[in-house]
Design a protein around this ligand. Structure first.
Ligand code: ADP
Ligand code: MG
Length: 901
């Protein structure tokens, strides 16, 4: 095989290229040659911009203010030959670095793993069969099919082409899509002019094509400029940025404070070494070093939880925004409904028929006025046949289990035709198709030309929305006679069907001379054949999810290309509109929308619950109008034309199964099951992530405050330090690992979907949380100091008294952890056993503290001393007091709030 790279493929005959690659335009590659090529070329994937090595990542962990301070302290103590202190401090540095490293790697893994779920798909022909594969698995010589919304998966020479337009702006800078063809071109032309080629990474915005892969991975034009591709796995979000900024300010304040105390101490004739250690203690105690890591970990856990519930986050900030969503605009078909269509009613030549049956199994009866139909009129047979022929889907029978390959709307038409007795084999032979114009939402119809072999004539079939079809239909068959069409009567019927929530399609035909579809043929003189009405039941879980969302203060808006009445009826079934709502107020159609001025739309959008017969382009206006009202908008979409709206929405959501690559690329989140209820799951997780972050912050900051205050007091008043720097290190490290980290695993609060969405610009901590932190910090200060002095007064050693103070800090934190499980509710009404990790952490913490106090080795390292039983009881009683203090504060708040209301 001569696989040539760097060829001027655009100037070589297509046939020659297929031969060169030993491929086949209709059958593609054979399995064996694919295997060889995979080995030879490897995966069709661009190497990432080089990631930091593990070693570098590890050493980067040393780069933090806290670590520098600690290393300094370790050096100074070593210089003073305080070997144990120096060793302990150094050990803490190492442990901190290791934990930091593990956290970062884990968080990054969680995010990286999402990337694998987001690989683009490609449609290829291999071994004569059309299949979907991950575009990573493409090899040169593969025959690939492109359609509107596809991401071009490799560099390709086009073999067949139908109105193909490709957005190549990322490669050529050309903002208008370029129109492609299969002509051969001169050799010396630039990329922009090679109209018979498409290049990896560009997007099909219109039309279809078939092409042969000529280059993959690093050999593609994109591969040559791969460094331009941005790395999408940044861990920054608005929240992490806010918190880093906050931590930084805090850091400077604390360092300044530490420097200040150092100077004050020296002026008071304290020894420089002693004051240095005291300042270190202050800095170490007061800097909330665990905060940024905790934020990242919490976000990462949120991301993986969402992924397990079919919501794949593409952009990390979405995790935060999800918790604030106030409106979800959702597609109807397939997202709110099951997209399992079955034709239930047919209207044809003044007659209405009902069709029975189950799923896609082609078995069922036609009923007229409740009686089984024995004789099928020619008109009915013509209509059913048209539905079968003007169709791109296939019915698949796998051991008696029937499914649809393609669009279920079309699938249901096949099923109904087969129920009437048609045979696929015969229809395909007697009415072969010569041309096709696929269905597109914008256009609202599809067309085919089929040759009626027996009568030697070409028939142009058209099926689509009632409005489109009636507009160009002029005749119909009544009593076997071709007469002028009576549109009013047909529209009456449409109302009847749509009012039951049925999706209605109209079908028409006309005879034509040629065998190619020409847009001039599509304007007039069609013969109306009939209406087909199909049921697409709501997803039961989506009904639940709608209810839950509304309870959570989130508005649901249905956006659909379907008929207004159909959409309204389904919206009613799903309680998206209230039972008593008026049609006029709740529904806005695309035509009305196009006539509205922006100001008018902004006003009306507050009542609207259904947008029907809208074109995808109009979604952008809807998002804009909602955002102008201050809403935080989540918007779903799947097609190319949905992309602008997905980008503009606060949360753009693309469909994982039915969505195009363009939509996915524009989205913040992808639903791998296309299911509305997955959005609600994600919102719930988003709220939980935020809750847990706030819980962690409210829990962790008082300790820093308390420790800082204790040291500051001691220095300012010239007293003995009630806790030593190494002891502070011990407290912070052990409580962060055993207690704080476990808050990340807090399950969702019961009422999480009963409150209103969080205001996105509100400060992270509410006033009442800040008050709570102050109260607890001061409680730590008073109790630690009090117990320290009490021990001294009772004749205990300083070491003993310090051990008491350390235990006070740890146990206050331990009890306070339970107050932080729920931030509103009373701790006495909280289910304190629902987080197993937290209980395990508490157990470990108690064990660690017993070791700290009673094991001689720890006594030497941390200068602690064994305590007697009375002291232990005193510590536990006083520490548990924090529960009551917090409770009291919440009680006071509740009565003052009630008063103001
Ligand atoms: P949605 O996906 O929101 O339900 P669509 O844009 O798919 O809306 O459909 C809009 C209208 O176009 C439908 O009401 C139907 O009349 C018509 N339609 C839908 N699918 C097809 C199809 N495959 N072929 C022809 N017409 C269709
Ligand atoms: Mg659709």
């Amino acid at each position: 095989m001569k696989y040539l790279t760097g060829q001027n493929w655009h100037s070589i005959q297509a046939k020659e290229i297929t031969e060169l690659f030993e491929s086949d335009i209709s059958d593609g590659l054979s399995p064996l040659s694919i295997k060889h090529r995979e080995e030879f070329f490897g995966k069709n994937i661009l190497k990432e911009t080089k990631q930091d090595s593990k070693l570098k990542k590890f050493f980067m962990q040393f780069h933090s203010a806290l670590i520098y301070i600690l290393l300094g302290a370790s050096a100074v103590t070593a210089f003073l030959q305080e070997w144990i202190d120096s060793g302990v401090i150094f050990a803490v540095v190492i442990i901190n670095v290791i934990i930091g490293y593990i956290q970062e790697v884990k968080a990054q893994e969680a995010i990286e793993s999402l990337k694998n779920m987001m690989n683009a798909e490609a449609i290829v022909i291999r071994d004569g069969i059309k299949i979907n594969i991950s575009s990573i698995d493409l090899v040169p010589g593969d025959i690939v099919l492109l359609e509107s919304g596809s991401k071009v998966p490799a560099d390709m020479r086009l073999l067949e082409c139908k109105n193909l337009k490709v957005d190549e702006s990322m490669l050529t800078g050309e903002s208008l899509p370029s129109q492609k063809n299969t002509d051969i071109h001169k050799e010396n032309i630039t990329l922009n002019d090679r109209d018979n080629m498409t290049y990896s990474g560009t997007y099909v915005t219109y039309g279809r094509a078939k092409g042969i892969v000529v280059a993959t991975a690093g050999y593609t034009e994109l591969g040559k400029i791969a460094h331009l591709i941005e790395n999408t796995t940044a861990m920054d979000t608005p929240l992490t940025k806010k918190i880093s900024a906050f931590s930084k300010i805090l850091l400077y304040v604390i360092l300044a404070l530490a420097a200040f105390t150092f100077v004050v101490g020296i002026l008071r004739d304290n020894s420089a070494v002693e004051m240095f250690m005291a300042s270190v203690a202050l800095a170490v105690g007061a800097i909330p070093e665990g905060l940024p890591a905790a934020v990242t970990i919490t976000l990462a856990i949120g991301v993986s939880r969402m992924a397990s519930k079919n919501a794949i986050i593409r952009k990390l900030p979405a995790v935060e925004t999800l918790g604030s969503v106030t409106v979800i605009c959702s597609d109807k078909t397939g997202t709110l409904t099951q997209n399992k269509m079955s034709v239930t009613h047919i209207y044809c030549s003044d007659n209405t028929y009902e069709i029975t049956g189950n799923g896609y199994e082609p078995k069922g009866d036609f009923l007229q006025d409740g009686n089984k139909l024995e004789f099928f009129s020619d008109e009915l047979k013509d209509l059913l046949r048209a539905g079968y022929l003007c169709n791109e889907s296939y019915l698949i029978n796998k051991d008696g289990h029937y499914s649809i390959n393609g669009d279920p709307t079309e699938g249901s038409l096949i099923v109904s035709a087969l129920k009437s007795g048609y045979e696929e084999r015969i229809l395909n032979k007697t009415f072969p198709r010569s041309d096709l114009l696929p269905f597109e939402s914008d256009r609202q119809f599809m067309a085919t030309i089929n040759m009626d072999v027996e009568n030697n004539q070409n028939i142009l079939y058209l099926k689509g929305s009632v409005e489109k079809i009636l507009n160009i239909s002029e005749f119909e068959f009544i009593d076997e006679k071709l007469v002028e069409i009576n549109k009013d009567k047909i529209l009456e019927k449409v109302k009847e069907f749509a009012g039951q929530g049925l999706r209605v399609l109209a079908i028409s035909k006309k005879l034509v001379a040629g065998d190619k579809i020409d847009s001039r043929l599509l304007d007039n003189k069609f013969i109306f054949l009939g209406l087909v009405a199909m049921m697409d039941p709501p997803r039961p879980e989506a009904i639940e999810a709608v209810k839950e969302s509304i309870g959570a203060g989130i508005k649901i808006i249905m956006i659909t290309g379907d008929h207004a009445l159909t959409a309204f009826s389904i919206a009613k079934m799903m309680s998206i509109v209230d039972e008593g709502s008026k049609f006029e107020e709740s529904v806005i159609t695309g035509i009305e929308l196009s006539k509205m001025r922006d100001s008018e739309l902004i006003e009306k959008v507050s009542h609207a619950r259904v947008f029907a017969r809208v074109e995808p382009e109009q979604k952008l206006r809807i998002v804009d109008a909602l955002q102008a009202r201050g809403e935080i908008v989540a918007m779903t979409g799947d097609g190319v034309n949905d992309a602008p709206a997905l980008k503009q929405a606060d949360i753009g959501i693309a469909m994982g199964r039915g969505g195009t690559e363009v939509a996915k690329e524009a989205a913040d989140m992808i639903l791998s099951d296309d299911n509305f209820s997955s959005i609600t799951h994600a919102v719930r997780e988003g709220r939980n992530v935020f809750d847990n972050l706030i819980k962690f912050i409210t829990w962790t900051l008082p300790t820093n405050l308390g420790e800082g205050l204790v040291i500051l007091f001691a220095i300012m008043l010239g007293l003995t330090l009630p806790i030593l720097p190494v002891q502070i290190l011990w407290i912070n490290m052990s409580t962060a690992i055993f207690l704080g980290l476990m808050l990340v695993f807090e399950p969702k609060e019961d009422g999480i979907m009963k409150r209103k969405p969080r205001k996105p610009n509100s400060s992270i901590l509410r006033k009442s949380m800040i008050v709570q932190m102050l109260v607890v910090g001061v409680y730590m200060l008073i109790t630690a100091y009090g117990m320290f002095n009490y021990a001294i007064a009772n004749g205990h050693s300083v070491e003993y008294a310090r051990t008491v103070a350390v235990n006070i800090f740890v146990f206050v934190e331990l009890f306070y952890l339970f107050s932080c499980k729920e931030l509103q509710n009373s701790v006495f009404k909280t289910d304190i056993f629902n987080n197993k990790f937290l209980l395990l952490g508490v157990g470990l913490m108690i064990f660690a503290q017993l070791t700290f106090t009673h094991v001689s080795f720890m006594n030497i390292m941390f200068k602690s001393e064994a305590l007697d039983i009375q002291t232990w009881i005193g510590i536990l009683v006083i520490a548990s007091g924090v529960l009551f203090v917090v409770e009291f504060k919440r009680y006071i708040e509740s009565i003052t709030v009630n008063k103001t209301v």
